[in-house]
Design a protein around this ligand. Structure first.
Ligand code: SF4
Ligand code: SF4
Length: 116
């Protein structure tokens, strides 16, 4: 399951630098699969979707920090617990019920983005 940032976010920015997958972006910023990962050029994602890793993608939110579900592994493969939730001062990083994934899938995403 990915983590989602709720509208209680106060835009402090503390979570952004903690994410091992570079899945967190400031509101209104574009995002890329290549940011902070080993992905480059045309890739086929674990879910079968074809994308260009360096292509700028539309922000998920224009107002608050946001998490890209495709890049969030709930910190699996790096840490015991979601680092964004651990540092958020207002506890607004919560499980995203719309993106429920098994541990196996989350670890597969992590290995796909960071194969080394
Ligand atoms: S749970 Fe981990 S991987 Fe997901 S957004 Fe938070 S810090 Fe990043
Ligand atoms: S740490 Fe929490 S309040 Fe701060 S930017 Fe991240 S989600 Fe928002």
């Amino acid at each position: 399951m990915a983590i989602i940032i709720t509208d209680e976010c106060i835009n402090c920015g503390a979570c952004e630098t903690e994410c091992p997958n570079t899945a967190i972006y400031e509101g209104a910023d574009d995002w890329r699969y290549a940011d902070g990962t080993s992905l480059e050029g045309d890739v086929v994602l674990p879910d079968g979707k074809s994308v260009n890793a360096e292509e700028a993608q539309e922000p998920v939110s224009d107002e608050i920090y946001y998490i890209v579900p495709d890049k969030c592994t709930e910190c699996k493969g790096f840490h015991e617990e979601p680092q964004c939730a651990a540092v958020c001062p207002v506890d607004c990083c919560v499980p995203d019920e719309d993106h429920v994934e098994t541990e196996e899938v989350l670890l597969g995403k992590q290995r796909f983005m960071h194969p080394e």
